[in-house]
Design a protein around this ligand. Structure first.
Ligand SMILES: Nc1ncnc2c1ncn2[C@@H]1O[C@H](COP(=O)(O)OP(=O)(O)O)[C@@H](O)[C@H]1O
Ligand SMILES: [Mg+2]
Length: 198
């Protein structure tokens, strides 16, 4: 399975999503995470040496991909329309993370306009806790537009920041009671990714 994670806006959880999908897919089969974003945040996450899967930049991707069953690609923000089409054509599924706020949603909607609905799936990330309704509102808006949307979404939880600092996936953060709940969000998304197209 080749999964590309792409977004128009930065800071919407693209790298966090790529990393956790790779961690999930690794439990199914050998997985490679390709850090295609020049800010190299995925490589930085991996630099502590605590990840169970390989992470490399795009220059090394071809070599490392020989050993991988699944490949997840973190891409630079703000792809052009041409880049988007190329990215979408190069994977089995494009995951498009967005936070539920109006700015991020607007940028995301502009981006997916240019994509064939078979090729991508929107993931709501950084969803704030109730009583805030923005997650529910965003879900309803996307459903009414009949856009492809993951049924699971990702809650906004501090433990994701800890995970990045510690260089681990969120399920390996020790002493935080939210780590299991946070992991469960991406586990559900990972299940949906593996079942995509079946
Ligand atoms: N679900 C989440 N809950 C809380 N913080 C998050 C979550 N997802 C990402 N973050 C934090 O938000 C910031 C941006 O996330 P990141 O994955 O780096 O986004 P991008 O790659 O789109 O720029 C980082 O500080 C990250 O730790
Ligand atoms: Mg990033």
């Amino acid at each position: 399975m080749i999964v590309t994670v792409a977004s128009f806006k930065g800071g919407v959880g693209k790298t966090t999503t790529a990393l956790h999908l790779a961690a999930y897919l690794q439990s199914d089969a050998p997985t490679l995470l390709v850090d295609g974003d020049l800010n190299r945040s995925a490589l930085q996450w991996a630099s502590k040496g605590n990840l169970a899967f390989q992470v490399c930049d795009e220059a090394q991707a071809v070599k490392h991909s020989r050993k991988a069953e699944h490949i997840v690609i973190d891409t630079p923000a703000r792809p052009s329309i041409e880049e988007l089409a190329t990215l979408a054509g190069g994977c089995d599924l494009m995951v498009v993370p967005t936070s539920p706020d109006a700015l991020a949603m607007g940028a995301m909607l502009q981006m997916v306009e240019h994509l064939d609905a078979q090729t991508f799936k929107i993931l709501l990330t950084l969803v704030p806790p109730r009583p805030n309704q923005s997650g529910e509102d965003a879900k309803r808006a996307l459903e009414s537009e009949e856009l492809p949307l993951f049924s699971a979404s990702i809650r906004r939880l501090e433990v994701f920041k800890k995970a990045a600092l510690e260089g681990v996936p969120v399920n390996q953060v020790k002493g935080d009671r939210m780590s299991g709940i946070a992991w469960e969000c991406y586990r559900q998304v990972g299940d949906e990714v593996l079942n995509h197209g079946e």
